[in-house]
Design a binder for this molecule. Structure first.
Ligand code: GLU
Length: 547
């Protein structure tokens, strides 16, 4: 068979040959030891924690070594492509402050583009042509039905399934047969002609997993699909070589097809790259079972979950770092105020199997992180969140910054020595300060209307905004005893039937009226923040409501 003729027949009018592309994308000029990594998401619209976990590791290894981190969009699978998904990918990584040096989110993209695989068809074809011309790849005209039949035959005979060796019937088509198929307009794919033997195994060094055993590939896997678009395998080999990736970091679900990639690199005459296969994220579910995080069952797998709730991106990254490198946590405890980028990240300190994701731990890290914020940091953080997710409320919170400052400092204890560690994320904070912005009228009083009215009227009569916490409380106590409530909790507990209630019941009435909530932080402080007029207006409103 004249393979060159076959190649010309299949790819008659390519503008450039493979050598052109090898020359077009020369070695990168980088310092010694610099690593080049990439993030290569498929635009399916779903960006998950595993993506961020991988991206953070990529980014650390690249930037720590003064190398390059770039973004490539693997949009070859049109069936899975979702409108707007690329924008989602890009905005998500922006949010989590994962910076790329070049690629799909850059303008201009960089010297090794295009970084969208669908725009690289010509390049893939040039290399496919080279393989066909060398007899290392061939067209296969088998239909879906043929392949099903083949599989059935193989199963019946207890043989390994797939397109390989003696089963690969299109391997040996003559030029005439191929021509005939082409004249008929038959659809075809391009397959590699594997020379491997699945019985042979080698030791392979993975940058994370260490030495592992891999079997040789013997499958004639598809390189170009019927529409001329490459499979992941082919695109990976071409792109990572031409873009000069030095470490291919990707999920361990790709380990199974690593033998295909190793063979393909050899066939193409490309030097083998380093691989680092990251472990999957697991969780312990409600039943105590350890299992893979699942898109269907676990909303916390989606990165959108954290963005919508307003987790601080840095806190999420801190947490992921504890999963990524086992010595990070110790380092962070010793250097709580040092930027995480100062930590010496290493691939060999990454978990080799099943990183256990723990939302409670993320929340703890988040609480501690937020509790150290200055007023300005907290406001910047809330501002970004409100601008992104609650634009309609922007004026409410930021139209009166003096008020917001008071709420955050007095109400939340920012800038105080004793800091509160109550908040995991922005929406929780907004919820907790909502009482300062909206007065809800709730009817959760235990007492009858008249009783509530008596207490609130007495409260208003004696209320003085200038009273300090003590004086304010003394007045509340007086209202309590005037109305037959016990002010001494011990005495009350000894004889609860001897009184209408205790001082706690009285303050609860005032609390519900002023804040619309049964449980709040210190009520005197809240009233100080609300201000005299607002406090009075709220209580008067409740009184009116009770009429
Ligand atoms: N598009 C592939 C994925 O999303 C990329 C794998 C890789 O990084 O090579 O899984």
């Amino acid at each position: 068979m004249d393979y060159q003729q076959l190649a010309n027949l299949l790819f008659p009018d390519l503008e450039h040959d493979w050598q052109y592309y090898m020359d077009k994308y020369p070695q990168r000029n980088l310092p010694k030891g610099a690593e080049v990594l990439r993030m290569a998401p498929s635009p399916t619209g779903f960006i998950h924690l595993g993506n961020l976990y991988g991206a953070l590791a990529d980014e650390r290894v690249a930037h720590q070594s003064n190398g390059v981190f770039y973004l490539r969009i693997e949009d070859t699978d049109l069936k899975r492509k979702v409108e707007g998904a690329v924008e989602t990918v890009i905005s998500c990584f922006d949010y989590f402050q994962i910076y790329f040096d070049e690629g799909a989110n850059h303008q201009p993209e960089g010297n090794y583009g295009p970084y969208y695989q669908r725009q690289r068809a010509e390049i893939y074809h040039a290399f496919a042509k080279k393989l066909v011309a060398e007899g290392k790849a061939y067209p296969c005209f088998c239909s879906e039905e043929d392949l099903n039949k083949l599989r059935q035959q193989q199963s019946d005979l207890n043989e390994a399934t797939g397109y390989y060796g003696k089963w690969a019937k299109c391997r040996n088509l003559t030029l005439e047969e191929v021509k005939k198929h082409l004249e008929n307009g038959d659809s075809y794919v391009i397959r590699m002609r594997s020379t491997g033997n699945a019985e042979v195994q080698h030791i392979f060094h993975d940058e994370i997993k260490g030495d592992i055993t891999v079997h040789e590939n013997d499958q004639d896997v598809v390189l170009l699909k019927a529409d001329g678009i490459p499979t992941y395998h082919f695109a990976h080999a071409i792109d990572d070589t031409l873009m000069h990736t030095t470490i291919v970091m990707r999920g361990e679900e790709w380990l199974g097809t690593l033998p295909v990639h190793l063979e393909l690199f050899k066939m193409l005459g490309f030097p083998q790259l380093k691989y680092a296969h990251t472990t999957v994220l697991m969780k312990i579910d409600e039943t105590g079972t350890k299992r893979k995080l699942s898109k269907r069952k676990d909303p916390e797998l989606s990165l959108d979950y954290y963005r919508q709730l307003g987790y601080h991106p840095y806190a999420v990254k801190l947490y992921l770092m504890t999963l990524l490198n086992w010595n990070f946590e110790q380092w962070y405890l010793k250097n709580p105020d040092t930027d995480l980028n100062e930590f010496k990240f290493s691939l060999d300190k990454m978990g080799q199997s099943g990183a256990l994701f723990d939302l409670d731990k993320l929340n703890n890290i988040s609480k501690t992180y937020l509790s150290k914020f200055t007023l300005e940091q907290m406001k910047d953080y809330l501002r970004t969140f409100v601008q992104t997710y609650h634009q309609d409320d922007y004026a409410l919170y930021f139209g009166n910054e003096e008020y917001l400052d008071k709420i955050l400092t007095l109400g939340m204890g920012l800038n105080l020595k004793k800091r509160r560690k109550d908040y995991d994320y922005a929406s929780q904070i907004l919820q907790s300060i909502d009482l300062y912005y909206h007065h809800k009228l709730i009817d959760e009083f235990k007492q009858d209307k008249q009783e509530v009215k008596n207490i609130l009227t007495a409260f208003l009569a004696s209320y003085d905004y200038n009273d300090d916490n003590n004086a304010w409380f003394e007045k509340l106590k007086k209202i309590a005893s005037d109305n037959d409530y016990q002010t001494d909790m011990k005495a009350y507990k000894e004889n609860p039937d001897g009184y209408k209630g205790s001082i706690a019941d009285v303050s609860e009435i005032v609390r519900i009226a002023a804040t619309g909530q049964k449980n709040t932080p210190d009520l005197w402080t809240i009233m100080q923040i609300l201000g005299k007029q607002e406090t009075i207006t709220r209580i008067e409103k409740v009184l009116k409501e009770l009429d």
